[in-house]
Design a protein around this ligand. Structure first.
Ligand SMILES: Nc1ncnc2c1ncn2[C@@H]1O[C@H](COP(=O)(O)OP(=O)(O)OP(=O)(O)O)[C@@H](O)[C@H]1O
Length: 545
C-alpha cells in the first residue's frame, strides 16, 4: 500500500456526501433524502469492499505482535462491522450537536449539521495490545474509525511512516460500550416517543407537521408561514423534539382526543363564504390575519391581540369567522365549547385546558375557538363550583402565557351570545370585541344565493331580493333553515306512491312558492329584546362599527 493511500484513504464517498450537503439549501426534503439514500448505499458498498484492505493494514499494524488470534479477532471484527455505525462515527461533532454519535447522526439526517465529513485514514485504525486484551473479561479488539486524537505518537510501532503507540483504547473508543450506549439511547428515545405521543399525533395527521411553528429555544427566531417549504421543513425537523417536551406532562389520551375531536379538519372557509359582516371582516383581517402572516411587520405597538371576542345573536356566523381566520392564516383550528369543559370534562377540565394549549403550541400558528366563552369566563358568584373556578384559573394562566410569549402564535377567539355575563378579566384579555349582528338584506340575499348555488331552482334575482326583504330579523342560521325547508317543497310535491321510484330529474326545481310556504314554518330565532342588549353592550365595550 502506498503512503498516500494509507494516509488519506477515504472510506466514505466524500464527493457523494458533499453532493448531499450541497443539495440541502436548494432542494426539497424529499430530493435531499433521495440523494442521502444513494450516499448511504454507495458508502455501504465501499465500506464492505474495504474490509480486506483494512485487514491488511491491521496486520501491518500488528506486525510486531505475531499473535494469530489477534489477527483473527481483527478480521472477524471487521467482517461484522456495521457500515452504518461507521457512518455514524464519520459525522463529526458540530457546535449545535450534542456529544453522542447517535444524536450527531440524527442531526445530520435532519440537515441541521453543517460540519464537514471526516476523512477516514489508516491513522485512525487502532487495536488493543495483547496484554490489555488479556486484562478484559471478554477480549474484543475492534478497529476505530475517526480522528486519531486518542493516540500518542511514539517511535515504538511504525505504520507506514506514522508512529503510534499501540495502547489500550481509551474508554470512549470501546465499540461495545458505545454500541450499548447507542442501544440504550435508542430505547430511551422509543420510550419518550411512546410517552409523549407527539409521534402518534404526527403519524395520524402528517399535515400537522406543516403547522409546527417556532422553536422554543430562547434564541429562536419567529418564522413566517409564508416562507418557503425548505425553511418550514428544517424548522419542522428541529421542532419534533421540542414538541415532545411540550407534551411531556400531558396525558396521551387527551392529546389523542384533542387531535380527533377538537382539531377541526373541515373544509376551509373563505371570506366569500361569509355574507355581510364587512366591518368585522376588515377589523379581523387587519388585527389578526395580516399580523399572523407577517409577524415581522406587526411588532411592538402593532403586535396582534392574543384574544378576540365575537359576540352577537346565535347563528350569525361567529364560528364561520373563526374557521375563516384559521384558514386565512394557514393555522390549525381548535374548536371547543366552554360548556363542554365545565360539564363533559368535569373533574378533568383543568387538565384539558392545559392539554389544549400544549397541543395548540405544537400546531402553531393555531386558532383556539371557544364557543360559549361566557360559561367559562363568567362573573364570579358564590354558587360557582370549585372545579369551574379551577378551569377558569387555568385558562387565564394559559391565556396570559400565550399573550406574553414572543414565540407563541396562538389566537384565542371567544364567541358568546351573552357578552354581558363575561367578567372583567375576560373583557380585559379579549381586547378586540366585535359585534356580529344579524345579516342585513344584502347579506341575506347572498346567503340564499350561496345555499341555492348547487340546487335545481328557478328563482330570479328579483325573487331572491323579495325573499331577502321578507326575512328581516332572520339570522344566518335561520336563513339556512329556511332554504332547507324550501328545498323540501319539490319533494313534497311528488305523490307519496311515486317517491321511491321517481326519477331525480323529474323532481321540479325550487321556486318562490316553496319559500313563501317555508316562511310560514321557519321563524326568526332572535328576539328584539335580545338585540337591544347586544347593541347596548356593543356601545359600552365593543369595537364599534
Ligand atoms: N354571515 C353568514 N354568512 C353565511 N352563512 C351564515 C352566516 N351566518 C350564519 N350562517 C349560516 O349559519 C350557520 C351557523 O353559523 P355559525 O355556527 O357560524 O353561527 P354562530 O354565530 O357561531 O352561532 P352560535 O352562536 O349559535 O354558535 C352556518 O353554518 C351558515 O350556514
Amino acid at each position: 500500500m502506498s503512503t498516500a493511500d494509507e494516509n488519506d484513504r477515504l472510506l466514505l464517498n466524500f464527493e457523494n456526501i458533499q453532493q448531499y450537503k450541497n443539495s440541502l439549501p436548494s432542494q426539497s426534503n424529499i430530493s435531499s433524502n433521495v440523494i442521502l439514500n444513494s450516499v448511504w448505499n454507495e458508502n455501504k458498498n465501499i465500506l464492505n469492499e474495504k474490509v480486506d484492505e483494512i485487514f491488511k493494514s491491521a496486520k501491518s499494524l500488528l506486525q510486531n505482535s505475531d499473535s494469530e488470534s489477534h489477527i483473527r479477532t481483527w478480521k472477524s471484527s471487521l467482517r461484522t462491522l456495521d457500515p452504518e455505525s461507521i457512518f455514524h462515527r464519520s459525522v463529526p461533532k458540530c457546535n449545535t450537536c450534542s456529544a453522542t454519535t447517535h444524536k450527531r447522526f440524527e442531526q445530520f439526517l435532519k440537515k441541521t449539521c453543517n460540519c464537514d465529513i471526516v476523512k477516514i485514514s489508516n491513522e485512525n485504525l487502532t487495536a488493543s495490545d495483547e496484554s490489555s486484551q488479556e486484562s478484559r473479561e471478554e477480549p474484543i479488539i475492534k478497529p476505530r474509525f475517526g480522528r486519531n486524537r486518542h493516540f500518542k505518537n511514539t517511535s515504538q510501532n511504525s505504520l507506514v511512516g506514522k508512529k503510534f503507540t499501540i495502547e489500550e483504547p481509551v474508554q470512549d473508543l470501546d465499540f461495545t460500550k458505545e454500541e450499548l450506549e447507542n442501544k440504550a439511547h435508542k430505547s430511551n428515545v422509543a420510550k419518550i416517543t411512546f410517552k409523549t405521543a407527539k409521534e402518534q399525533l404526527l403519524a395520524s395527521n402528517p399535515a400537522a407537521r406543516r403547522t409546527l411553528g417556532t422553536s422554543k429555544k430562547a434564541q429562536a427566531k419567529f418564522v413566517s408561514p409564508m416562507i418557503g417549504a425548505v425553511t418550514l421543513e428544517k424548522q419542522d425537523s428541529q421542532e419534533t423534539e421540542i414538541a415532545d417536551e411540550r407534551l411531556k406532562h400531558i396525558d396521551p389520551k387527551m392529546i389523542e382526543l384533542i387531535e380527533s375531536e377538537i382539531i377541526d379538519k373541515g373544509t376551509p372557509v373563505s371570506w366569500e363564504d361569509i355574507a355581510g359582516l364587512q366591518f368585522a371582516k376588515s377589523v379581523i383581517q387587519e388585527a389578526v390575519v395580516w399580523p399572523l402572516l407577517r409577524p415581522d411587520i406587526f411588532t411592538g405597538l402593532r403586535r396582534p391581540p392574543t384574544g378576540i371576542l365575537l359576540f352577537g345573536p346565535p347563528g350569525t356566523g361567529k364560528t364561520l369567522i373563526g374557521k375563516c381566520v384559521a384558514a386565512q392564516c394557514k393555522a390549525t383550528f381548535f374548536s371547543i365549547s366552554a360548556s363542554s369543559l365545565t360539564s363533559k370534562w368535569i373533574g378533568d377540565g383543568e387538565k384539558m385546558v392545559r392539554a389544549l394549549f400544549a397541543v395548540a403550541r405544537c400546531h402553531q400558528p393555531a386558532v383556539i375557538f371557544i364557543d360559549e366563552i361566557d360559561s367559562l369566563l363568567t362573573q364570579r358568584s358564590d354558587s360557582e363550583h370549585e372545579a369551574t373556578r379551577r378551569i377558569k384559573t387555568e385558562f387565564l394562566v394559559q391565556f396570559d402565557g400565550a399573550a406574553t410569549s414572543e414565540e407563541d402564535r396562538l389566537l384565542i377567539v371567544g364567541a358568546t351570545n351573552r357578552p354581558h355575563e363575561l367578567d372583567e378579566a375576560a373583557r380585559r384579555r379579549l381586547v378586540k370585541r366585535l359585534y356580529i349582528p344579524l345579516p342585513e338584506t344584502d347579506a341575506r340575499k347572498q346567503i340564499i344565493m350561496n345555499l341555492l348555488r348547487n340546487e335545481n331552482n328557478e328563482l330570479t334575482p328579483d325573487q331572491i331580493s323579495e325573499i331577502a326583504d321578507l326575512t328581516e330579523g332572520y339570522s344566518g342560521a335561520d336563513m339556512k333553515s329556511l332554504c332547507c325547508e324550501a328545498a323540501m317543497g319539490p319533494v313534497r310535491a311528488v305523490p307519496l306512491s311515486q317517491i321511491l321510484n321517481v326519477d331525480r330529474d323529474k323532481v321540479r326545481p325550487v321556486c318562490l312558492k316553496d319559500f313563501t310556504s317555508a316562511l310560514q314554518r321557519v321563524k326568526p330565532s332572535v328576539s328584539q329584546d335580545d338585540l337591544g342588549q347586544y347593541i347596548k353592550w356593543n356601545k359600552t365595550y365593543g369595537q364599534g362599527f
